[in-house]
Design a binder for this molecule. Structure first.
Ligand SMILES: [Fe+2]
Ligand SMILES: [Fe+2]
Length: 192
């Protein structure tokens, strides 16, 4: 297996998810709300764009360039979950997305062949993703008090189900593309 080609493509998937996650936060930031919410959203947006940059740096360090991902995580997610319309829906979807990115990076960090620089980047991102889960969770709890905890639980359950389907679908495509690129380069072909 050509690990370098595999990593460049996998990091491009991660990078794409970070950029589109930032897009979700941008949609939230345009909603008028409290100063605290605005501050957290600005920090959160800065983190996600930084994460996209960290993956870009890792890709460059491997001697590659970011691969354009046409049908990544957030596109699958939009097809399954739709476009959130309310603040509660936006926050609930963001929460579910954060749960996933935390789990993905946690899983990657346990791989036996992960290099030290990637591990360092993963650690930095996981610290941020933990904070994202914390603040979005707190904001959702507050919103649930105003709008009803049942409504909040229903939104979270709906998005978790939609996200699980979207992730399974996306992962199948991603794994196929990763296997192809790794095998292609090993056989001396240039798959891109
Ligand atoms: Fe992130
Ligand atoms: Fe995040």
């Amino acid at each position: 297996m050509n690990k370098k080609a595999y990593d460049i493509l996998l990091f491009s998937y991660y990078r794409d998810a970070e950029l589109r996650g930032a897009d979700l936060i941008l949609r939230l930031i345009n909603r008028p709300d409290t100063a605290e919410l605005q501050t957290n959203l600005a920090r959160h947006l800065a983190d996600e764009t930084n994460h996209a940059w960290l993956w870009t740096e890792r890709i460059h360090a491997l001697g590659g360039a970011p691969v354009r991902i046409e049908d990544g995580y957030h596109r699958h997610l939009r097809r399954k979950a739709g476009v959130p319309a309310t603040l509660l829906e936006l926050l609930a979807l963001t929460y579910v997305v954060e749960e996933r990115s935390g789990k993905r990076y946690e899983e990657h960090a346990t791989r036996p062949d992960v290099d030290a620089d990637t591990l360092k980047a993963l650690h930095e991102m996981r610290v941020d993703e933990d904070w994202h889960l914390t603040w979005v969770g707190e904001a959702l709890t507050e919103l649930g008090k105003k709008e009803g905890t049942e409504k909040l639980s229903a939104a979270l359950a709906r998005y978790r189900a939609a996200e699980a389907e979207a992730f399974t679908e996306m992962l199948a495509n991603e794994q196929k593309a990763l296997q192809e690129i790794a095998a292609g380069k090993e056989n001396g072909e240039d798959p891109r």
